[in-house]
Design a protein around this ligand. Structure first.
Ligand code: FMN
Length: 218
């Protein structure tokens, strides 16, 4: 199937939303843990976490502000300057999914969706006990993206918890062994399995591949 910009525009709203939400491929499945100044905790599923740099270690995620609904995650990060990113373990995908429901501010998704708060050192933002790979970050900045009316929330990693069994001598993490999951769109969850591993790609050491070209037709 080929879709042009104008045919995408003409599609029924929900179908267009579902297609466009899925075309970026598998995204990482994470839960963002936060707390406000009154110690009220919040947990939200987020699939847009991206790597922004390794030294210092920066990660970002995209928040889609809603004109009609308060976004507790962003309010709490603005107040407390800390948040946690917790990989979703495969046996908790349903609980993780329901953290996206619009609960009242005084209701914690930890309690409502069956997750346990966990705290590390003097860090005040809550980690998810059930998550095996997790990190605690300090908020660096929130960058508005004008074209899509979204915000990129950027944080620096202060604490990192990795299951030893998933970590190689060289520092590679096998996300399949860590039991992390992938997300497509806003409702589909995928198991993760490593299917290849290659050395750093150098022009002079690139294998010969066939030169195949395909023309798209409508
Ligand atoms: C699979 C999935 C992925 C999601 N990813 C994002 C995301 O990357 N950014 C975002 O702003 N909302 C995302 N959401 C929606 C939030 O989880 C939802 O708006 C939640 O209520 C936010 O919580 P809060 O209001 O407590 O901050 C996602 C929802 C689902 C089900």
């Amino acid at each position: 199937m080929y879709l042009s910009e104008s045919s995408i525009k003409k599609m029924p709203h929900i179908k267009r939303l579902n297609i466009i939400n899925s075309v970026s491929g598998i995204k990482p499945g994470n839960l963002i843990g936060t707390k406000d100044k009154n110690n009220q905790t919040n947990l939200a599923i987020i699939s847009s976490v991206v790597h922004l740099g390794s030294n210092p270690p920066y990660l970002g995620f995209i928040l889609r502000p809603d004109q009609n609904v308060r976004r507790h995650t962003h309010e709490n990060i603005s107040e407390n300057k800390q948040f946690t990113i917790n990989h979703i373990p495969s046996d908790f995908i349903e609980q993780a999914h329901y953290t996206s429901a619009k609960f009242e501010k005084n209701v914690s998704e930890f309690q409502k969706c069956g997750f346990t708060e966990e705290y590390h050192k003097e860090f005040t933002a809550p980690f998810v006990k059930e998550s095996k790979l997790k990190m605690g970050l300090i908020h660096e900045e929130s960058v508005p993206i004008k074209s899509s009316n979204t915000l990129m929330v950027v944080g620096r990693i202060l604490h990192l918890i990795i299951p030893e069994i998933s970590l190689s001598e060289e520092g590679y993490i096998d996300l399949g062994v860590a039991d992390s999951v992938g997300i497509s769109g806003l409702n589909a969850y995928y198991a993760v399995k490593k299917v290849g591993e290659f050395p750093y790609a150098r022009a002079e050491k690139t294998p010969e591949f066939n030169d195949k070209k395909t023309k798209f037709t409508s």
